[in-house]
Design a binder for this molecule. Structure first.
Ligand SMILES: [Zn+2]
Length: 281
């Protein structure tokens, strides 16, 4: 069964531009969206839940901007779903803007995280990006039958959660980040979390890079730059579509972005990019 993916819009974040792309426009503010992805098949699966409240973003010196229609229950309602209809929540990682609404969902909705990510969230290494109420709620789930599911992706390899939805270790951004691989009618889509923040400035016109096809790194990686670049390249070579959380999805061919999509995957291409001259037909 081919799965469909809908982009959910949870609101924007204003933050320092170089947080997103290392060294870019230091001192100036950028505004980015925060998305979730709803995977529609037999059992609805939700990837990421956005931030708990606009106010909590101030704890990182950022600003959350959210309209009423961007509340998670209203985003799900656009697709005829209520919170309790979601069978699984998958988290690309547990940062403040990705796992802030789990406590709105019943314990019968199972939250799936890579075990390494929950360990990392309490390591103190990226401390303010893992706020106490979100992580404490996950501990409540840990103590409730079937409310939490751990993966060990670095050791086990990919794990299929429902038919056509596979979690894989991402290898970048945070120590426990995972990619969500989805089998659609037009090929594999890779929901890649914050492995990539900005499609244009990291991939299409990579900021301050001179080597061919060298991605620019973000300003917020808990791994090495080498690991982050490898994670980006792996994500680009994993399927037909890449779906980041803070930028619109893109179409990829042979590791190169050739188009953009808007609010569904697969969906109409809203922008195309010229292929490089050497690009084989
Ligand atoms: Zn994020």
């Amino acid at each position: 069964m081919a799965l469909e993916i809908k982009v959910l819009d949870y609101g924007d974040i204003e933050l320092e531009s170089s947080f997103l792309v290392l060294g870019r426009n230091c001192g100036s503010t950028a505004r980015v969206p925060t998305f979730g992805y709803l995977i529609l098949g037999d059992d609805p699966v939700l990837v990421d839940t956005g931030y708990r409240s606009p106010e909590i973003m101030a704890s990182l010196g950022m600003r959350g901007l959210q309209y009423h229609e961007q509340l998670i229950e209203n985003q799900l309602a656009k697709h005829g779903l209520k919170l309790r209809d979601i069978r699984y929540i998958l988290h690309t990682h547990l940062h403040i803007d990705h796992a802030g609404k789990d406590d709105l969902f019943p314990m019968s909705t199972t939250v799936v995280v890579n075990r390494r990510e929950l360990e990392y969230s309490v390591s103190g290494l990226m401390h303010p990006q893992y706020p106490a109420p979100d992580i404490k709620h996950l501990i409540d789930r840990l103590h409730t039958q079937n409310a939490l599911r751990f993966l060990d992706l670095e050791i086990s390899g990919g794990e299929e959660i429902v038919p056509g939805v596979i979690c894989e270790a991402a290898g970048g951004h945070t120590e426990g980040s995972m990619n969500i691989i989805v089998e659609t009618a037009e090929g594999i889509a890779n929901i890649c979390g914050d492995i990539i923040y900005d499609i244009n400035d990291q991939l299409i016109e990579p900021f301050h890079q001179t080597q061919e096809l060298e991605p620019a790194v973000t300003g917020n990686h808990g791994t090495t730059k080498r690991q982050e670049k490898s994670a980006i390249k792996r994500a680009l070579n994993r399927g037909r579509f890449i779906c980041p959380i803070h930028d619109r999805p893109a179409v990829v061919e042979r590791g190169q972005v050739i188009g953009r999509l808007h609010d569904q995957v697969p969906g109409p291409i809203t922008k195309s990019y010229p292929k490089r001259k050497w690009f084989p037909a």
